[in-house]
Structures are given as structure tokens and as C-alpha cells.
Design a binder for this molecule. Structure first.
Ligand code: ZN
Length: 197
């Protein structure tokens, strides 16, 4: 475990909140078990990043109605996060400031990258803001969090994974734990937000 001083948010750091959208909450179309539990943790993280005037990013699935990941198109998932619908809105309790950088992803029928870096300008915007390290939380651990973190590592960012700020779908038992292992293997550091603040 890293020491508390090593994971204090400061210059060069950004908070990335992955897909904290209604359809991924327990009553949503593609519910992540206990997905709502990450909201208080991420609100606490938002408060610290805002207070320290550090960049905040919120990604969202923003699919067309005929997206390739939906079952009607042969994909694995029920329809979810269709652009402009209530299911695609951010969790109502998430205190996202208006200054947050909004990243809409997988916006065309064939794009299914599960990553906030996939076919978006996130890398450019982070570099422009002088960001070198990402604190990452959100949903779901074994899909969009995992792929976002692995892409961040490939792009050269340091990553602090917030263990109390993520939850897994666990289609197969243990998927979430395996995803965490993959992210650590790729060089991410894992902490509980409680250790940071
Ligand atoms: Zn999706």
C-alpha cells in the first residue's frame, strides 16, 4: 500500500469518474450490484479536487438506440445509456460541478471500447491541462473502469484506483477481482479513498 503522502491529490492530478449513470445503478437497465455505494466516496473525492482546483472528468456511455453491445444487435447487454434518456443521466446524488470535463463515449453503433480514452479527446484534454496522474473511480470495475485504467497506463499516466469508489458487474464470479489484478499488473496503485482524505 502506498503511504498517505504519496496519494495526496495535487498539481498534475485529475479525478476521473467513469460512467456513474442511472442505468448502472441498482434500479437501472444494466444494474451494477451496489453501484450506488460509490456515490458518497466519489462525492468526497470531488469535494477535495474542487477545493484544490484540480481537473475533474466524468465519462458517460452515450449510445445510439441500435448500439452493437445491445442484444437486438447480437451484443451481450440489454439496452442501456441511450443518449438523451433518463437512464443515461448521471446519478442524481453525484455532486458533479459544472466545470467537470464531460466525455461521451461509444457514441456510434459500432464503437464499443469500454474506455473513456476510446475514440474521445480525453488524452488531449488531460495533456493540455498538464495532467500526469489519474485518480479513478466509477462503474463498472470489470468493464469501463478496467479498460479506462489500462488505456491510461498505455498512454503513460500514473493511476490511483479508488477501491471504495468502484463496483463490479461480476457476470462471472470474480471478474471484478480479476479486473483489479489486471489494473495493478499494469502499474496502477490501489487505495481506499479513506486513506487519502
Ligand atoms: Zn455501454
Amino acid at each position: 500500500m502506498p503511504s498517505r503522502g504519496d496519494v495526496q491529490p495535487g498539481p498534475g492530478d485529475a479525478l476521473v469518474i467513469v460512467d456513474l449513470q442511472n442505468d448502472f445503478l441498482p434500479d437501472g437497465a444494466l444494474a451494477v450490484p451496489r453501484g450506488d455505494e460509490v456515490v458518497p466516496t466519489l462525492n468526497a473525492a470531488i469535494a477535495i479536487f474542487e477545493q484544490r482546483k484540480l481537473p475533474l472528468v466524468a465519462s458517460r456511455d452515450w449510445h445510439p438506440p441500435n448500439h452493437c453491445s445491445f442484444r437486438a444487435q447480437g451484443g451481450p447487454w440489454p439496452p442501456h445509456c441511450v443518449a438523451g434518456t433518463s437512464g443515461a443521466r448521471f446519478a442524481p446524488d453525484l455532486r458533479l460541478p459544472s466545470t467537470a470535463i464531460l466525455i461521451s463515449k461509444d457514441v456510434t453503433p459500432e464503437a464499443d471500447t469500454y474506455s473513456a480514452f476510446g475514440r474521445t479527446d480525453l488524452d488531449t484534454r488531460l495533456r493540455e491541462a498538464g495532467v500526469t496522474r489519474l485518480f479513478v473511480g466509477g462503474l463498472a470495475t470489470d468493464y469501463c473502469v478496467r479498460n479506462t485504467v489500462l488505456d491510461a497506463r498505455r498512454a503513460g499516466y500514473a493511476v490511483v484506483l479508488l477501491l471504495d469508489g468502484i463496483r463490479a458487474v461480476d457476470v462471472h464470479p470474480g471478474d471484478g477481482d480479476r479486473a483489479i489484478a489486471d489494473m495493478l499488473q499494469a502499474g496502477a496503485v490501489a487505495v481506499e479513498w479513506a486513506q487519502v482524505a
